[in-house]
Design a protein around this ligand. Structure first.
Ligand code: AMP
Length: 451
């Protein structure tokens, strides 16, 4: 088995890795660290949970530590991340890995006051982790200079495109110096990402640790058929019977997440919701409570959950089945991390059986059915030969998830409530065709940061 030492990491970083409790590198680390240390660009197909942050952070820190430029500190590494949560987690990782180094790092994102961020920038930074909206705002105000960046990391590139950040990325790329090392990480590699990668990576080494094999096989999965009206009772029963201490429940809508938190509270189950309408403070508190164990259940929508990096989640509940099959893979990947085991329950009511067919096609197997519960309802089981994604909404019209038929101009289901930029591995091309962001001003750009 490869160890971190044989990847060429310095003593300083080996110490940091050891104090994090890492014994051996993950596949993405094994494959990315050596070429990055040689100065190569890397294109990584890897999702959160694979150890990709260390895969780029360790070599970047090591190269930065080799030589300290004279004069005032300036930004030498820029990491762009689509969401605040992910950006904060990346910054946290940099803190851990650079513990024994003289490195200043900072995260900046929208939705919070800019003054503390500006003060940190004025003191001088080596590493800046940012969401695109706030970064461009602060560049525009003259507080951020990225003209001396040596390392540019674009993280969760597919999500960036899903969220309509392509123009912002292009603007950032234009401001960067020509000579630099580039890294791009993405959970999926549709053509749009390959094109983006081709536009700024030079002779990159491709590292592919695709999520399907990584997550789906390790996680125990169960599907439970029931009526919509019984979902809450089944959830409460499972949480109580299995004494869930660290579980995440996925709903399709923000409103549904809020309502469920109240209902769980009535059943004496402490829960918190995390979604794009919550203030940054509320999201941070919810995550902190979840991490320290005081809140055992987090109720989340897809967009908010992406990148939540909490080890030890034992249960994932798909309270609503996602209307995009790829989201299912991302959701269940929240459990069974870092070699631990986990179980993912999916509730399927009679309006969702088409979604289940789509999910099973994507993961290439049937999810075992758990029917020994009091709410089992055969009417929710997919019909023989049922097509993927065909579901009935309340009005009885049929709808398709967006990735199945790109040219089908379907109505967007529940668009006011949906976190509809939440596509996990959806084809951003298709999505943008349906959901092309309108000309964005700085306000809605900030909104994008806030999800
Ligand atoms: P990431 O994919 O970067 O979000 O990392 C997911 C989780 O894996 C984080 O909690 C890391 O601390 C952890 N991790 C990263 N590398 C390793 C490793 N080599 N061994 C064990 N855990 C790791």
């Amino acid at each position: 088995m490869t160890d971190f030492q044989s990847l060429g990491l310095s003593e300083t970083l080996l110490r940091a890795v050891t104090s994090e409790g890492y014994t051996s590198p993950t596949p993405v680390q094994e494959q990315s660290i050596p070429p990055l240390l040689e100065g190569r660009d890397v294109l990584g197909v890897a999702q959160t949970g694979t150890g990709k942050t260390a895969a780029f952070a360790l070599p970047v820190l090591q190269i930065m530590g080799r030589k300290r430029p004279q004069g005032k500190r300036h930004i030498r590494a820029l990491i762009l991340s689509p969401t605040r949560e992910l950006a904060a987690q990346i910054d946290e990782r940099f803190a851990a890995y650079s513990e024994h180094m003289d490195i200043r790092h900072r995260v900046i994102f929208g939705g919070v006051k800019q003054n503390p961020q500006v003060r940190a920038l004025q003191k001088g930074l080596d590493i800046l982790v940012a969401t695109p909206g706030r970064l461009l705002d602060l560049i525009g105000q003259g507080y951020v200079d990225i003209t001396q960046v040596e390392f540019f990391v674009l993280d969760e590139a597919d999500r960036m495109l899903d969220m309509g950040f392509i123009r912002d990325i292009e603007k950032v790329l234009k401001l960067l110096p020509k000579k630099r090392q580039n890294l791009l990480f993405s959970a999926t590699m549709p053509k749009s990402i390959a094109k983006l990668a081709g536009s700024f990576l030079n002779n990159a080494v491709m590292v592919d640790v695709s999520p399907k094999e990584m997550t789906v096989d390790r996680i125990e999965q169960r599907i439970m058929f029931l009526r919509k009206a019984d979902k809450r009772r089944l959830l409460v029963q499972l949480i109580k019977d299995e004494r869930v201490k660290c579980g995440i429940v996925f709903t399709r809508t923000k409103h549904g997440a809020n309502r469920l938190v109240k209902q769980l509270d009535q059943s004496n189950i402490a829960a918190a919701a995390i979604h794009g309408n919550k203030s940054q403070g509320a999201r941070t508190r919810a995550l902190a409570g979840f991490k320290d164990g005081s809140i055992p259940i987090l109720v989340a929508t897809d967009i908010a959950s992406r990148g939540i990096d909490v080890d030890g989640i034992t249960h994932v509940f798909n309270y609503d089945l996602p209307n995009e099959p790829e989201s299912y893979v991302h959701r269940i990947g929240r459990t069974a991390r870092a070699g631990r085991s986990g179980i993912a329950y999916a509730f399927c009511d009679d309006t969702e059986s088409g979604y289940l067919v789509g999910i099973q096609q994507l993961i290439g197997k049937e999810i075992p059915v758990e029917s020994s519960h009091p709410f089992h309802f055969i009417g929710a089981i997919p019909k023989p030969g049922q097509k993927p994604g065909k579901i009935k909404d309340k009005s009885g019209t049929k709808q398709r998830p967006r990735n199945r038929k790109p040219n089908n101009n379907r109505n967007r289901q529940n668009s006011s409530q949906n976190d509809n930029r939440s596509s996990g591995g959806g084809n951003p091309n298709n999505q943008r065709r349906h959901n092309r962001p309108k000309r964005r001003n700085s306000d809605n750009r900030r909104r994008g940061d806030n999800r």
